[in-house]
Design a protein around this ligand. Structure first.
Ligand code: SIN
Length: 517
């Protein structure tokens, strides 16, 4: 084991794009909890939104991003995203990312909710994230100054004299070691597993956000959890994502009576912002099942355009061309996260964050569809640039003393799974799509009770359980504090938006609100 200048936690689009930059300046250790293939990035279907057509195109992307964010988007962050996006995507193309093209070689673009035009690039139909991850990883593997360490859980940050100087890592054999570096980037993604119904993979347990918060970093806008409107709803089936691109290609939403209910809800109907569609489906579902209906769509070869989705549905004897497909919203993306500026700096010296784990304010209260891959790409690179500028290459050593002997496992795995399932159920019921003070107080009390039986050991699952608990507490506290409805945060008891747009900031247990810039 050598020494590292930079530690990157997470191997999705934000982490890997940062690694590529950092590797030019020093030795980089990149750790992932499972294999590198298992990140939220790999599961992204619809595509990557980017305005490659010049000034007017970029301005439209900016106004769509700001519009979807319901008054809470930080202008500077959104400008960084749309202005730097095209350059970053050109780099991706240069590294061999195979976006879908027409027979004439033109990049194909699709449309999703709240976009004013078709600007979303996609790859292998509905496998955009997987293709981008493949291309990034192929590039990273060529870099001699990078060590990729899979199946490694980052447990906590090491803070000395108010500065992050490293992290404790738990390997596959449950050996605990401490790595010291010049700077740490958290790019470990979101926390969809805090809800019983999620499109996110099992690794999305909010680890990076929870450990940054424990270390003293501020988190922001944690109440804004985006629920994707259309996850598959089938007995015993996973909540598989049915990409918004299906609606972009013409799919309708119909209720149990076969009626299109979105026409009465929003001028953009099925392509309204996600929060609007998700709430409409939830309300409609009180009277019976809700379906995606693609049966009338002409001119799309479904198995070619959506091979992953078609293959998944075939396992349930469903065919997009023939069948109505039952759907229901599921937790999908956290707009909030570790508070950062547009250069990826957190409030804690030595600590940087990018991608879903971070909150630059770029998504405001509701993320525009397919802006998340672009976010990871743009802000991963930005964070790497500030790590290099502020820290520079420093030679540090890797302390590998094992701490395993001092640790014990207190809970059997079955008890942990039950404890986690209880947490996820209560969050879905009382802090999900439609909230009110009564439910949120119930969630708060239940979490307080669950704290007494919180797993205290040091297996990966126990670490995850504690992180989920921390994230759940933050969501509930911020949701209670925000007495308005805005974007993805809807309060039945405060159904209107406040005149003043404010970010919620949570730091060492204290919640405050700051006016959005
Ligand atoms: C989707 O394909 O609908 C997901 C894309 C996203 O979350 O932006």
């Amino acid at each position: 084991m050598g020494s590292y200048d930079f530690l990157v936690v997470g191997g999705g689009i934000a982490g890997l794009s940062a690694v590529i930059r950092l590797a030019e300046q020093g030795r980089v250790l990149c750790v992932t909890k499972e294999s590198l293939a298992e990140s939220n990035t790999s599961y992204a279907q619809g595509g990557i939104a980017v305005a490659m057509g010049g000034k007017v195109d970029v301005e439209l992307h900016l106004s769509d991003t700001i519009g979807a964010g319901d008054g809470l988007v930080d202008q500077a962050a959104a400008e960084t995203l749309v202005n730097e996006g095209p350059l970053r995507v050109e780099e991706l193309l240069g590294w061999g990312t195979e976006f879908d093209r027409s027979a004439a070689g033109e990049l194909l673009r699709t449309r999703e909710g709240a976009h004013s035009l078709s600007r979303i690039l996609h790859a292998h139909g509905d496998a955009t994230g997987r293709e981008i991850a493949r291309a990034l990883l192929a590039h990273v593997r060529l870099l001699p100054t990078v060590e990729l360490r899979e199946w490694t859980t980052t447990v906590d940050l090491v803070v000395e004299a108010g500065r992050v100087v490293g992290a404790t890592l738990l390997d596959r054999d449950e050996r605990l070691t401490e790595v010291r570096t010049g700077a740490v980037l958290i790019a470990s993604g979101g926390a969809g597993q805090v809800y019983s119904d999620t499109t996110n993979p099992a690794v999305a347990t909010g680890d990076g956000i929870a450990m940054a918060y424990r270390a003293g970093a501020a988190v922001e806008d944690m109440e804004f959890y985006q629920f994707h409107p259309t996850a598959f709803l089938g007995e015993g089936a996973p909540r598989f994502l049915l990409s918004e691109a299906l609606r972009g290609e013409g799919a309708l939403l119909v209720n149990a009576r076969g009626e299109r209910f979105m026409l009465a809800q929003h001028a953009q109907a099925e392509l309204a912002p996600r929060d609007v569609v998700a709430r409409a489906i939830t309300r409609e579902a009180l009277d019976g099942p809700v379906y995606l209906d693609m049966r009338g769509v002409q001119g799309v070869e479904f198995r070619e355009r959506f091979p992953g989705i078609s293959g998944f549905l075939a396992e349930y004897q469903l065919d997009l061309a023939r069948d109505l497909v039952p759907v229901r919203p599921a937790a999908h993306y956290l707009m909030g996260g570790i508070r950062t500026d547009v250069a990826g700096r957190t409030t804690l010296p030595g600590l940087y964050a990018a991608g879903e784990a971070a909150c630059t304010g770029v998504h405001g209260a509701n993320r525009l569809a397919s802006n998340s891959l672009l976010e990871g790409l743009v802000f991963g690179v930005a964070a790497a640039a500030s790590m290099i500028a502020e820290i520079g290459p420093v030679q540090t050593s890797d302390s590998t003393s094992s701490m395993k002997e001092s640790l014990q496992t207190f809970h059997s795995s079955q008890l942990i799974e039950e404890w986690i399932a209880k947490l996820r159920d209560l969050m879905w019921r009382d802090a999900g799509l439609l909230r009110d003070a009564e439910g949120l107080h119930r969630a708060e009390a239940a979490l307080q009770t669950m704290k007494e039986s919180m797993p205290g050991g040091m297996t990966r699952r126990e670490v995850e359980a504690r992180n989920l608990f921390t994230v759940a507490g933050m969501i509930v506290q911020c949701a209670l504090g925000r007495e308005e409805s805005r974007g993805a945060h809807f309060r039945n008891d405060f159904p209107k938006r406040n005149a003043l747009a404010e970010h919620s900031i949570l730091e060492q247990g204290r919640l405050r609100f700051e006016v959005c810039l």
